[in-house]
Design a binder for this molecule. Structure first.
Ligand SMILES: C[S@@+](CC[C@H](N)C(=O)[O-])C[C@H]1O[C@@H](n2cnc3c(N)ncnc32)[C@H](O)[C@@H]1O
Length: 234
């Protein structure tokens, strides 16, 4: 019995080490090479579990969806958050779910149908080229997605394009995800894409950061315009 327990603990520690260390290292190397890959639809059950369903509502509270908003959910996976998010947007609002995997979007559509929702729109498309017009979204949210996108800077430029000037970009990350970036890394990356941090929620293990488009002051605009003129003359 003692021997059995020792073997069991060793296996559990080995699995934890593999998931929390090896997978994170592999994922970071892949990201630095621009070779990140989407979480396969076959393991969608990993993100659709009772623990996550339990904190889904508090996470969505932090995202802050309001009735009547046009909301983009980028990378919904099997749709753990989609139905609750669409209900928050309400019949006057719209939830647009965009995922690169057809099998994920099929699961989102099934959930929306089963919930009797008519305000959910789905697209199989890449974050690198969103199938949405400019300034057509009031709020965009991503939960454990940014680290999986091969070119996150390009995706952020697309999110900047589709959001209205006073729109909100909400990024949530969980430590257990192999692609987890720290909050500092996320802030650096998202602010470099022309957003500014407006709200910060959660902790190291699970955080949500809400950004708005950064608006240059008149002085900053004048400074940049002078720089452009200088570059043109030089
Ligand atoms: C880890 S899952 C998260 C699913 C869901 N947001 C959740 O937290 O339950 C990441 C999702 O992002 C999608 N994804 C990854 N890369 C993408 C890309 N380049 N464009 C669009 N979706 C992408 C994957 O297909 C997958 O469904």
């Amino acid at each position: 019995m003692h021997r059995f327990l020792t073997i069991l603990i060793a296996i559990l520690l080995g699995l934890a080490f593999f998931w929390l260390v090896v997978m994170k290292v592999v994922s970071r190397i892949a990201a630095s090479l621009g070779a990140s890959a989407p979480c396969p639809a076959a393991v969608g059950w990993l993100v659709d579990n009772p623990i996550r369903r339990n904190y889904m509502h508090s996470l969505l509270d932090r995202v802050g969806i309001r009735p009547g908003e046009r909301v983009l959910e980028l990378g919904p996976g099997p749709g753990v958050f989609t139905v609750a998010a669409a209900k928050r947007a309400g019949p006057q609002g719209r939830l647009v779910a965009v995922d690169i995997q057809t099998r994920m979007i099929e699961q989102v559509e099934l959930r929306a149908r089963q919930a009797g929702l008519t305000n959910v729109e789905t697209h199989v498309a890449s974050a690198h080229s969103l199938p949405l017009p400019a300034a057509s979204v009031d709020r965009a949210f991503l939960v454990t997605v940014l680290g999986e996108i091969p070119n996150p800077d390009r995706a952020l430029a697309e999110l900047h394009r589709v959001l209205t000037p006073d729109g909100v970009l909400s990024v949530s990350e969980e430590f257990l995800d192999p692609d987890y970036p720290t909050a500092a890394e996320t802030i650096r990356r998202v602010e470099a894409a022309g957003f500014r941090l407006a709200e910060r929620h959660g902790n190291f293990w699970l955080y949500t950061l809400n950004f708005r488009q950064s608006v240059e002051s008149a002085d900053e605009r004048a400074f940049h315009a002078a720089g452009d003129n200088f570059a043109a003359v030089a």
